[in-house]
Write a protein that binds this ligand. Structure first.
Ligand SMILES: *Cc1c(COP(=O)(O)O)cnc(C)c1O
Length: 404
């Protein structure tokens, strides 16, 4: 590969490359330490020990006890299990009201829709133009029959970070359980589930340098919830099935490594983020930053360009070896643009022209410069071909962005 067509990966919110140090830690658990963790001989017990070490590593990062951690197959599974598992138990006590926000990941929103079909009532809190939920909104929405509040810690599209500690306080005071999808937050923000009064939390290894297909659910001890899979005694009998030992070992190592370097990672990624935001807003007209300028994930850039179709932009970036993501429809296989961008008040056409760049620790300032160079060429080129842009230039229509 020449330098010119080397891949520049700016989609770390979608997934991250597995850290080679994490892979090294996993490898022995395939061909050498392959024992079943439920077997009593030493080969099996070494797998058991590796799983319990990983559980300890996760618990340490979250500030909870190891027995409050359950391994799963990823963020979506953790979200589904926690929400359905708690909701079904609460329903036995006539609590069938759920609270969430309009900017959740589909793993939460579609779980809510499924529960609605079962007879639960769901309140979906709106967010402000930066994607923030106020704790008072949560307080006002809580009812005597509220079973669970679930709010995303940091948004995967626009990077907005919620006031989780204050929301935790509101829920605890009202005696309502509080879950947060922290898939984007873990190892990117300091978390302490006890201090933040979080009752349940979802995380996923592949978002912080771990392998795909493994995650964890933190569920505070004493909370009643349904088992996910009945069968053997794995995961305290709550999620049966022989454990994914290499995956779990990888999750433990990844969370420990990424947490240890969190400060440096935040400093580095926010430098790249701020460089791109400042340069693009300065050099490209009719362009807007989505999400909160300050309460924002260090690696997240989300921009909307007037008169642009997201897919075209992504294809031209890909031709330059740049991997990015858009809030546009076709990339997600549906007709509507991102529900998150619509929830912060963007009109459909603006949401369609949005771009998400998400930096990771492996990215360099040269990557940030390269994507700016590319956008400064691609955006004017696409706009020249756009009838929408022509109407705008000729004054036949008004700018949608300028009127926001
Ligand atoms: C990626 C992601 C998920 C889903 O995690 P998987 O491990 O891919 O199932 C859930 N929530 C958020 C916020 C995410 O970014």
């Amino acid at each position: 590969m020449t330098e010119q067509n080397k891949t520049i990966y700016l989609d770390n919110a979608a997934t991250t490359p597995t850290d080679p140090a994490v892979l090294q830690k996993m490898l022995p658990y395939f061909c050498q330490q392959y024992g079943n963790a439920s077997s009593i001989y030493a080969l099996g017990q070494r797998s058991r020990q590796a799983i319990e070490e990983a559980r300890q590593q996760v618990a340490q990062v979250l500030g909870c006890e190891a027995r409050e951690i359950f391994f799963t197959a990823g963020g979506s599974e953790s979200d589904n299990w926690i929400i359905k598992g708690i909701a079904h138990q609460q329903a036995l006590r006539q609590k069938k009201h759920l609270i969430t926000t309009a900017i959740e990941h589909h793993a939460v929103l579609h779980t809510m829709a499924a529960l609605e079909k079962e007879g639960f009532e769901v309140t979906i809190l709106p967010v402000d133009k930066n994607g923030l939920v106020r704790p008072e909104q949560v307080a006002q929405a809580i009812r005597p029959d509220t079973a669970l509040v679930t709010i995303i810690y940091a948004n995967n599209e626009i990077g907005t970070i919620q006031p989780i500690e204050q929301i935790g306080k509101v829920c605890r005071e009202a005696g309502v359980l509080f879950h947060t999808d922290a898939v984007q937050a873990v190892t990117n923000l300091p978390i302490d589930v006890k201090a933040q009064q979080i009752d349940a939390l979802s995380l996923s290894a592949h978002k912080f340098g771990g392998p795909k297909g493994v995650g964890a659910a933190y569920i505070r001890k004493g909370i009643r919830f349904e088992n996910l899979i009945d069968g053997g005694q794995q995961e305290s009998g709550r999620r049966a099935g022989t454990e994914n030992v290499p995956g779990i070992v990888g999750l433990g190592e990844a969370i420990a490594l990424a947490s240890a370097s969190m400060e440096a990672k935040i400093t580095h990624e926010s430098q790249l983020r701020d460089y791109v935001i400042t340069r693009i807003l300065k050099n490209i007209p009719l362009c807007k930053l989505n999400g909160d300028a300050k309460k924002r994930l260090a690696g997240n850039v989300n921009l909307s360009f007037e008169g642009i179709e997201g897919e075209g932009m992504l294809l031209l970036l890909d031709a330059k070896g740049i991997c990015a993501s858009s809030g546009s429809a076709c990339t997600s296989g549906s007709l509507d643009p991102s529900h998150v961008l619509l929830a912060i008040g963007l009109p459909h056409e603006v949401a369609h022209g949005s771009l998400r760049l998400s930096f990771g620790p492996q990215n360099t300032m040269a990557d940030a410069e390269a994507v700016c160079d590319a956008l400064e060429e691609i955006i004017p080129r696409l706009r020249m071909m756009s009838p929408v842009w022509e109407d705008l230039e000729k004054g036949r229509t008004k700018s949608v962005l300028a009127s926001l």
